[in-house]
Design a protein around this ligand. Structure first.
Ligand code: P1T
Length: 383
């Protein structure tokens, strides 16, 4: 169901139907949860496409096909978490290779590259990717991977995917874009030239804070084969129920992202006017340094933002303990609003490095509740 009358179907249609034909045997409209670890074979080497559920499971296959369609890719691979997906990509590297990543990324991404793959002989450079020339300068003969995150977590920097993918390509490196903050509804990095797109499907795609998952989508068949080999060899795969929950979430991604973006914009504009707020990072504000680039690269600006308060870290910690609707919690992208202080929570692993965000930075994942209630909650918490 990738096309309607020869035309590529729209995003909303693909989200509901790609990879999800009614079940051939029963007519079930939703893809069944194939809760099985293995598949009976007719004879050695003769089977219906499935052997053992680490290698493949029909519920996972449906999710992978759906995610590939949403990112305008040729294939998708689903993983047990965003970090398992990142780990699989990093396993394409060998000792002696070098990777370049942005200087503002999810703390766990930095931790994996700097504390795990670094020990295995993969060198790392972190640069401010808002200036593509910084990436060009960081490239070495053995640079094999350029890791883009945009918008970045937690400072919402916006990076020019096309410019950096081109620098990577000329340098013989793969470009990967972590599209978790935008979701495939707002931005499609493969269209801008990235080789691979990565998601923590725990976030907007799952959308309901009830599942942990990850995915990689691409177009090149050889890359698919290399990653599928790692996926099967290392085994960081989602179970069928988790794959099903992500697939169910994906069906409503478009309508949720519209509301996340509308609420995010309203909250950002309100914060920008607040006398106790000293900085607001949201790509939808005309004052954001890469607002024009964000407008070109993204459909709208999503529900993630960060800000600083007069009074710094102490004021931030006081505020996040006082919200009533915004839950003080790690993660993002669910229907419910969340608040956190990155340096003390999701980004603890960058403390003391040049990647550390301001200690008083507050990050919001703006949910799809009534926006007036969200603003009233922030107003009483900021005081
Ligand atoms: O948590 P997991 O599904 O393993 O995904 C890791 C990950 C990858 N990329 C980005 C941009 C992310 O934000 C994350 C996870 N982030 C959080 C848990 C957080 O609160 O920022």
């Amino acid at each position: 169901m990738a096309t309607t009358r020869g035309k590529k179907a729209g995003f909303e249609t693909l989200a509901i139907h790609a990879g999800q034909e009614p079940d051939g045997q029963t007519g079930a409209v939703t893809v069944p949860i194939y809760q099985t670890s293995t598949f009976a074979q007719e004879a050695v080497g003769k089977n219906k496409g499935y052997e053992y559920a680490r290698t493949g499971n029909p519920t996972r296959t449906a999710l992978e096909a759906c995610l590939a369609a949403l990112e305008d890719g040729a294939w998708g691979l689903a993983f047990a978490s965003g970090m398992a997906a990142t780990d699989a990509i990093a396993h394409l590297l060998s000792s002696g290779d070098h990777l370049v990543m942005g200087d503002d990324v999810y703390g766990g991404t930095y931790r994996l590259f700097a504390r795990v793959f670094d020990r295995m002989g993969v060198a790392l450079s972190a640069v401010d990717m808002r200036e593509p020339a910084n990436v060009r300068r960081a490239m070495r003969t053995r640079t094999r991977l350029v890791w883009i995150e945009t918008p970045t977590n937690p400072l919402l920097k916006v990076v020019d995917i096309a410019a950096i993918a081109e620098i990577a390509r000329r340098g013989g490196a793969l470009s990967v874009a972590d599209n978790t903050f935008a979701s495939p509804y707002l931005q499609n990095p493969l269209v801008h030239g990235a080789d691979l797109v990565l998601h923590s499907t725990t976030k907007y795609i799952g959308g309901h804070s009830d599942v942990v998952g990850g995915a990689v989508v691409g177009r090149d068949e050889e890359l698919r084969a290399r990653l599928a080999f790692v996926q099967n060899a290392a085994g960081g795969v989602p179970g069928p129920l988790d794959a099903w929950l992500v697939l169910r979430g994906a069906k409503t991604l478009a309508v949720r992202m519209e509301r996340h973006s509308a609420n995010g914009q309203a909250v950002a504009e309100w914060l920008a006017e607040h006398p106790r707020v000293t900085a607001v990072n949201y790509p939808g504000l005309p004052t954001h340094p890469q607002h024009e680039l964000a407008k070109r690269q993204m459909k709208s600006f999503g529900g993630m933002l960060s800000f600083e308060l007069r009074g710094g870290e102490a004021a931030a910690k006081r505020m996040v303990a006082r919200t009533r609707i915004f839950a003080l919690a790690e993660s993002l992208g669910g229907v419910e609003s969340l608040v956190e202080v990155p340096l003390g929570m999701t980004h603890g692993s960058v403390r003391g490095t040049k990647l550390a965000p301001p200690a008083g930075l507050v990050r919001l994942s703006v949910g799809i509740e009534t926006v007036g209630d969200l603003i009233a909650d922030l107003a009483q918490a900021i005081g």
